[in-house]
Design a binder for this molecule. Structure first.
Ligand code: FMN
Length: 437
C-alpha cells in the first residue's frame, strides 16, 4: 500500500504571544519558557520541525512611523531566534529546530560555525531557514543604504551557499581520530583549508569546529520568485510556501521538482511544506464563528496591514480600506507574500482582502471545522497536490496555548487515526525524519 503520510512543521516568531487574548500567556515570552514548552508539545505530536521566523529591523513603513508596529507588538520587539533554537533543541529529543538567519547579517564563516555547533548541540536536529532579507530597513543595519535588488541578493546567496558547503566539508568524516594511546585527537591531513575566492567572498578555512552530526544543517528556504525558486530548488531540504488553493499548490510543487531535476537533484529529497492556519472547534458551526470572531476583532485588520507593510516596504495605511488597491503592487521585498495578499484581479477592497483571506498571508487552503473534518480535508489536499506536508501557523504568527493544544491534541490524533502523519519518530536526526516518507 502506498505511504500516504505527510510532514508537519510549525512556523512561529519569538515575539509576544496572543497577549491581548484571554487564553494568551501574557505577552512576556522573553525567558523563552513559553516557546520551549511549545516545542515540547509539538514533539509530543511528532512534528518534523518548528521554525522560528526572523527580521532584522523595527519597521516604520506603516504610517511612516514605528508607532503602530510597536503599539501592537507586530514584528517587534523580537528576540534573536538562534539561542531559542538551541534552548528548544536541548529540551527535546526528536523535534527538528529551524532558525531563520539572514545571509545579509552573517559572514559565511560565522554562519557555518554557528549552525554546525547548533547541529552538534541538538545531536543532528538543526535546520537553517536561509533568507537574504527583504527590507531596506534591514539593509541599513548592515552598512548599506538600501536593499540590493533581488537577483543580486540571490547571486550573492548562491556563492554564500557554495562557501558554506566547502566549510562544512573542510572536515572529513573521519577527521576526529580520538586515539588516546597515540595521543591524536584530530588528524590534520583530514582537515582542509578551502581557499575560496569568488566574486563576493574570500574565505580561507577550514572551519575550526568538528563536522556536525548531519554534516551540515537542514536547509529550509522560501523562494517564491523565479530566481528564488531556482535558489530553493538548488539548495533546500525543505521549502516553505504560501499558495492560493490546491491548483496553485500543485503548480508550485511541480515547478520546484522540475527545477530540482534540472540541477541534478532527486526531487524527493525536497519536502515542500504549505502554510495553513486551521481553525478548529467541536462543531463546524462553532469553528466558523471562531473564524468570524478572529477577523472581526478590532485589531485584526491593523495587525495584518502592519505586518504586510513591514515585509514589503509598502505603506498600507495610505490605501482606503473600502476601495480596491490602485493596481498590482510590486516590491523588492517579499513579492510572493504580497501577491498572495493582494489577490490581483479579484476586485476586492483592502478590507475584504484582509478579512476573506483571514490575513491572506499564510493559508494556502481554507481549513475550518472539527478536527476530523480538517484532517480529512488535509488528506485530500495532499493527495491532489502530491505531497509533501503542511507548515501550521496563525494569520499573524501569534500563538496561544489553547491553539497549540487544539492542534496537538485534536487535529494531530485525527490525522494519525487516518494514517496521514507519523505517530512515532523513526529517526534521531532531522534530515532523516524528513526523508523517511
Ligand atoms: C513561510 C515563509 C516564511 C518566511 N520566513 C521569513 C523570515 O523569517 N525572514 C525573512 O526575512 N523572510 C522570510 N520569508 C520570505 C522569504 O525568504 C522570501 O523572501 C519570500 O518568500 C519571497 O521570495 P522571493 O525572495 O523569491 O521573492 C518567508 C516566506 C515564507 C513563505
Amino acid at each position: 500500500m502506498p505511504d500516504k503520510r505527510f510532514h508537519l512543521g510549525w512556523f512561529m516568531n519569538f515575539t509576544p504571544d496572543e497577549w491581548r487574548e484571554p487564553f494568551g500567556q501574557g505577552g512576556t515570552p522573553w525567558d523563552g519558557q513559553f516557546y520551549i514548552e511549545m516545542a515540547q508539545t509539538l514533539e509530543r505530536a511528532c512534528f518534523d520541525y518548528i521554525m522560528i521566523e526572523d527580521k532584522l529591523m523595527v519597521s516604520d513603513n506603516y504610517g511612516g512611523s514605528t508607532e503602530a508596529g510597536l503599539r501592537t507588538a507586530m514584528m517587534a520587539p523580537k528576540h534573536d531566534p538562534v539561542p531559542l533554537a538551541v534552548a528548544m533543541g536541548m529540551a527535546t529529543q526528536r523535534l527538528g529546530v529551524v532558525a531563520t538567519m539572514s545571509t545579509l547579517g552573517y559572514p559565511p564563516f560565522l554562519m557555518a560555525r554557528l549552525s554546525s555547533t547548533i547541529d552538534s548541540l541538538t545531536k543532528g536536529r538543526f535546520g537553517w531557514n536561509v533568507v537574504t532579507s527583504a527590507e531596506n530597513l534591514a539593509a541599513q543595519n548592515f552598512g548599506l543604504d538600501k536593499l540590493p535588488p533581488r537577483d543580486l541578493r540571490y547571486e550573492m546567496a548562491d556563492e554564500y551557499m557554495d562557501v558554506m558547503g566547502k566549510l562544512f566539508d573542510s572536515w572529513d568524516e573521519d577527521a576526529v581520530v580520538l586515539d588516546r594511546e597515540a595521543g591524536i585527537y584530530a588528524d590534520h591531513t583530514r582537515v582542509h583549508p578551502i581557499h575560496h575566492e569568488g566574486k563576493f567572498f574570500k574565505v580561507r578555512g577550514p572551519l575550526n569546529t568538528i563536522r556536525s552530526p548531519q554534516g551540515r544543517p537542514v536547509y529550509v528556504q522560501a523562494g517564491a520568485s523565479p530566481r528564488g525558486r531556482d535558489f530553493a530548488a538548488r539548495h533546500a531540504d525543505s521549502i516553505v510556501s504560501i499558495a492560493s488553493g490546491v491548483e496553485s499548490m500543485k503548480a508550485f510543487r511541480t515547478d520546484i521538482r522540475e527545477r530540482a531535476k534540472s540541477f541534478g537533484r532527486n526531487p524527493d529529497d525536497i519536502k515542500i511544506m504549505f502554510c495553513i492556519t486551521p481553525v478548529l472547534d467541536e462543531t463546524e458551526q462553532l469553528a466558523k464563528e471562531k473564524q468570524r470572531r478572529m477577523v472581526e476583532a478590532p485589531y485584526f485588520i491593523e495587525d495584518v496591514l502592519v505586518s504586510i507593510s513591514a515585509i514589503t516596504d509598502i505603506d498600507f495605511s495610505k490605501y482606503p480600506l473600502d476601495e480596491p488597491l490602485p493596481g498590482r503592487l510590486v516590491t523588492n521585498g517579499e513579492q510572493g507574500s504580497l501577491d498572495k495578499f493582494q489577490n490581483f484581479g479579484s476586485g476586492k477592497t483592502l478590507r475584504q482582502l484582509v478579512v476573506d483571506g483571514a490575513g491572506g498571508l499564510v493559508s494556502s487552503v481554507e481549513l475550518i471545522g472539527t478536527p476530523d473534518q480538517v484532517a480529512e480535508r488535509m488528506g485530500e489536499v495532499i493527495e491532489q497536490v502530491g505531497g509533501d506536508g503542511f507548515l501550521i501557523t496563525t494569520p499573524v504568527l501569534r500563538v496561544s496555548r489553547r491553539y497549540l493544544v487544539e492542534i496537538a491534541d485534536g487535529l494531530v490524533p485525527a490525522l494519525q487515526k487516518r494514517g496521514l502523519v507519523r505517530n512515532a519518530y523513526t529517526h534521531a536526526m532531522l534530515r532523516d525524519n524528513l526523508r523517511a516518507f
